[in-house]
Ligand binder design. Structure first.
Ligand code: E4P
Length: 220
């Protein structure tokens, strides 16, 4: 499973990219606003750091506006993916853009029917928002399971990006289900590395190493 970072914070991206484990980036207008950055500049910087796909979202409402925005984004870097909302207009835009070779990420997917339509429209990616479904007492990860089942039955090439991830559990569940990608906020990415028993084990090994060294010195 690929791991994308769900952020527009260039410093955090730069630092986490050093792990070699970041396969791509997803952004949205809220994340760009939180990063306090200008859209184009931030995306171009991100694309220099991360070689994988970088999703960029506009605010167009009609297919025409979305296509126009996406064509501009695609010129910023070859790795740009156009993020398009899950609406009828959005899917019209997907048809046009994918034919032009601009990959699309259909965002704000909350039902299996929406995911089916996104795949039929030819989207490269579909993003079910699991955390936001959990927030309204629906089972976000169950949606992912249903989407994967439909895509497998019909051999759709659309890759599922598990989005709106709120915990390491979302990531491991996504991996167990065979989701293609999980897009993860930097704080959750950090949590994936740690376990208290790992820390305890390291501490013990360091202490025992030092004990062994001083015992050996004392024998000399
Ligand atoms: C990813 O593509 C989405 O923009 C993001 O995961 C949304 O997450 P949120 O529900 O935490 O805002």
């Amino acid at each position: 499973m690929k791991i994308f970072l769900d952020t527009a914070d260039v410093d955090k991206i730069r630092s986490l990219a050093e792990t070699g484990l970041v396969d791509g980036i997803t952004t949205n207008p809220t994340l760009i606003m939180k990063a306090g950055r200008e859209h184009k500049q931030a995306i171009q910087e991100i694309c220099k750091i991360i070689k994988g796909p970088v999703s960029v979202e506009g605010i167009g409402e009609t297919a025409e506006e979305m296509v126009k925005d996406a064509r501009v984004f695609a010129k910023w870097a070859p790795s740009v993916v156009a993020k398009v909302p899950m609406t009828a207009e959005g899917l019209k835009a997907v048809r046009v853009l994918e034919k032009e070779g601009i990959p699309c990420n259909v965002t704000l997917v909350f039902s299996p029917a929406q995911a089916l339509l996104a795949a039929k429209a030819g989207a490269s990616y579909a993003s079910p928002f699991v955390g936001r479904l959990d927030d309204v007492s629906e089972r976000g990860m169950h949606l992912v399971e249903e989407i994967l089942q439909i895509y497998e039955l019909y051999g759709f090439k659309t890759q599922v990006i598990v989005a709106s991830v709120r915990s390491p559990m979302h990531v491991t569940q996504a991996a167990k289900m065979g989701a293609h990608i999980a897009t993860v906020p930097p704080e959750i990415f950090g949590k994936l590395f740690s376990h208290p028993l790992t820390d305890k084990g390291i501490q013990q090994f360091v202490e025992d190493y030092k004990k062994a060294e001083s015992a050996a010195k004392a024998k000399k």
